[in-house]
Each structure stands twice: as C-alpha cells, then as structure tokens.
Design a protein around this ligand. Structure first.
Ligand SMILES: Nc1ncnc2c1ncn2[C@@H]1O[C@H](COP(=O)(O)OP(=O)(O)O)[C@@H](O)[C@H]1O
Ligand SMILES: [Mg+2]
Length: 400
C-alpha cells in the first residue's frame, strides 16, 4: 500500500500509478534517447528511479543525479565509474586495451580497487582531453553485449552550474559533445534518459544551444488525471487509517485543482497530522477547508512551496527576476490580469518601454516554468493553480 512521502522521490511501495507513462518510456527508448519534461515536483525523479529499480528485460539502468556537477570531466567520470562499478560487464578489461594518450593515468585508475580512488585518477586523465577520451571510453560500451540506459537527472541544473563555473563556450562544447555521443551510430546499446524541469529551454535558449537537444524525443510527464488522483488520495488516507466522507474527497480534489502528486501529498500529510489531535478520524469537507486555509497555507508549511519563489533568483537574470516578482505579486492579488496590464508592470520593473520582446519571452517562460497560464481568446493570465496563488498571496502578495 502507498504511504505518505513528502519531498523525497516516491519509490517502491510509495510509488503510485504511472504504469502508462512507464510503458511509453520503455517503448520509445527502443528508438532513441529521451527527454522527460515536467515542472518540478511532478514526479520525474520517482519515475526514473522506478525504471532503475524495475528495469525492463535485462536492461541495466544507471541513475545519475547530475545537479552537483559543474564541469564536463565530472560528468564523464560519473558515467564511466558507474560502468566500472557494475560487476561482470568486463568494462575495465576493455579500458586496458585503450588509448594512446592519457594511458598512464588510466592504467593507474584501473589498478585502483576503491571506486573513489578510481574516480580521482580518471578525472586526472580526462583533464588532458575530455572530449576525445570521453568519446573513446563510451565507445567501448558498444563492445559489451548488454543494454544500458543512463538516466541523467536535472541536466538544466548541471548546465546552470557549468555556466557559472566554466562559461558559455565550454557549456556549448559540452552539450554538442554529448549530442554527438548520443547519436554517433556506433552506440547502439546505450540510451540516455534526460530529465529536467521545463526550464531547460530557458537555459539553453539563453546560450543559443537549443539545437543541442534536438535529437531527444520529448516525453511530457503530466499531473494525475482525476480518477487516478481520487484513488491516490483515498489510498493515502487509508494508509493513515482515515476514512474520508465522499464529499471530503471531492473537496480535496477541488482544492488541488491540478493533481500534482506532491501537492496531494502535502495536503494529505497536513490533514493527517491535524486529525491526530482530533478525536474523530472522520474527515468532512469543512475540516478539509479549514486545514487547507490554516495549515497548508500556514507558516509551518511555508517551506513546502518556497522553491517556487527561490528559483526565480536562480534561473532568471536580474531584470527578469525583478519583473517576475512584481508580476506574480500583482497576479496573486488580482486573480486575473490582461496582457496590457502585465506589460505595464513589466515596463515599470525594467524601465524599458520598448521591451515588448523581452516581455513576450518572459511570459512564455513563466508559463513553461509552471507559474501562470493564459487564455488564448482574451489574453488574460492567472496563476496556474489555486494552491500556488493562495500561497503566493499569503507570503509575497504584500511585500515589496
Ligand atoms: N508516483 C508517485 N507516487 C506518489 N507520490 C509521488 C509520485 N511522484 C511524485 N510524488 C510526490 O511528489 C514529490 C516529488 O517527486 P519527485 O519524483 O522528486 O518529482 P520531480 O523529480 O519531478 O521534482 C514526492 O516527494 C512525492 O511526494
Ligand atoms: Mg527530480
């Protein structure tokens, strides 16, 4: 049975549903590498770990969280050491037969029995010429009679870090190197599944490197549909020994609005916590509303959604961040605003009356990054979900 998980990836029994999308991923991966996209907290990492824990046929799946990586040599070192660490594939034996250059270091690396020592020496070796050596090492995989899937989680965060540490030129070199590795015709038994919040296009767009991921098939991870969400909520409550009234379940769905698994977990965890202090284990619509207003939006839950605010400073440049905060602030109070009204706010924030193009880009980013949605007919914008809008108004609706 599922149980509450609020924050870390949901794995094993805590992992709910997602059969269809997993089936699709395994099917499409036959053809080529994939890009899994969804805003943060939709459940990408959970799906990736499910692939690793329950691989199809005898595929070997390596999961790599690349968020901390800030240079290409670390990326290659991670891939290679995953291979070296997996027993019985004979990879290291093959490395011995390799390389004119960097041989000395690579030899040293192979002799290391500790994986940490191996990594250090490999890193040293790669410093000399990561592009060529990296390619050679990865091509060795082709001679192993197994199928490998490398999951690269949070590529946008890695790119962001690389940008800060290494600069645009090296990031671009890396991204196109990685693309060549993926599509080079030799590598038939390796696939990559790359994950990231939709912000990917935002970051790659900035450095003009969108084409570096155009070989990847995009697979969008959606929120749960209503039926799935209903069952999920019911099972979560049952796992906490709570029997909800049918009307209360409806109320929960109504508040959640967009069935993001994380938002559901937060609400149910909070409800369950509240019920601990009450005599009854029955949940009514009134109780749901009360818990939502006073607890989910209350100070003790503030951090649950704080990353939506924090990442503005991380990903948007200074001017955009300033405009974004003003726009979201006004939007959280007004519920809906027209494009013209929003443009006025933008101009106020940026002092750029000619900034139509910048404004258009920003609004598209805010939509892609899951802050706002727009209605095509009347050009009005509003927050993407009620929970986020209510939360925003409470914490950032009245501050300057
Ligand atoms: N399949 C799932 N079953 C149950 N809970 C999930 C599932 N997917 C996501 N969640 C919830 O969402 C949170 C974030 O999931 P995660 O996989 O880390 O999302 P992402 O990688 O997209 O940010 C988890 O802590 C959990 O509360
Ligand atoms: Mg994740």
């Amino acid at each position: 049975m599922v149980h509450l998980v609020v924050g870390p990836p949901a794995t094993k029994v805590a992992f709910f549903d997602r059969e269809k999308i997993l089936e699709r991923i395994w099917k499409r991966i036959e053809v080529g590498s994939l890009l899994l996209v969804a805003p943060r907290r939709f459940g990408k990492t959970s799906i990736m770990l499910q692939m690793r824990d329950f691989p199809k046929d005898d595929t070997i799946v390596f999961y790599m969280d690349t968020e901390w990586i800030s240079e290409p040599i670390d990326f290659i070192t991670e891939i290679v050491s995953q291979l070296a660490d997996e027993e019985g594939n004979g990879f290291l034996e093959k490395v011995k037969g390799l390389s004119k250059r960097g041989l000395k270091y690579l030899q040293g690396a192979i002799e290391e029995t500790e994986i940490s020592g191996f990594k250090l020496k490999l890193r040293e070796a790669l410093k000399e010429n990561w592009k060529e050596m990296g390619r050679e090492l990865l091509q060795l995989i082709e001679t192993i009679d197994k199928r490998f899937v490398f999951i690269v989680d949070e590529l946008p965060l890695m790119v962001n870090r690389m940008l800060k540490k290494k600069g645009e030129e090296e990031v671009e070199e890396f991204l196109y190197w990685f693309r060549t590795v993926r599509i080079s015709s030799g590598l038939k038994n390796i696939r990559f599944v790359i994950g990231g919040s939709i912000g990917m296009e935002h970051i790659l767009g900035k450095i003009g490197a969108i084409a570096s991921i155009n070989d990847l098939e995009r697979i969008q991870i959606e929120a749960f549909d209503n039926k799935t969400a209903y069952l999920f909520i019911k099972e979560l409550l049952e796992s906490e020994d709570i029997t909800p009234e049918e009307e209360a379940l409806k109320k929960i769905l109504e508040i959640i609005e967009v069935n993001i698994p994380y938002f559901i977990q937060v609400l149910i965890a909070t409800l369950s916590n509240e019920v601990l202090y009450l005599k009854t284990k029955k949940i009514t619509p009134e109780l749901v509303e009360e818990v939502y207003q006073n607890r989910v939006l209350g100070v003790e839950s503030r951090t649950y959604f704080e990353h939506y605010y924090q990442r503005i400073n991380e990903y948007y440049d200074h001017k955009e961040a300033k405009a974004t905060k003003l726009i979201l602030k006004d939007l959280s109070r007004a519920e809906k605003l027209s494009r013209t009204e929003l443009f006025d706010i933008y101009v106020r924030a940026t002092n750029d009356p000619e900034g139509e193009e910048g404004f258009n880009h920003l609004m598209a980013d805010l939509e892609n990054d899951f802050y706002v949605k727009s209605e095509a007919e009347n050009g009005e914008y509003e927050f993407i979900t009620k929970v986020l809008r209510d939360w925003w108004r409470r914490y950032y609706g009245f501050v300057d």
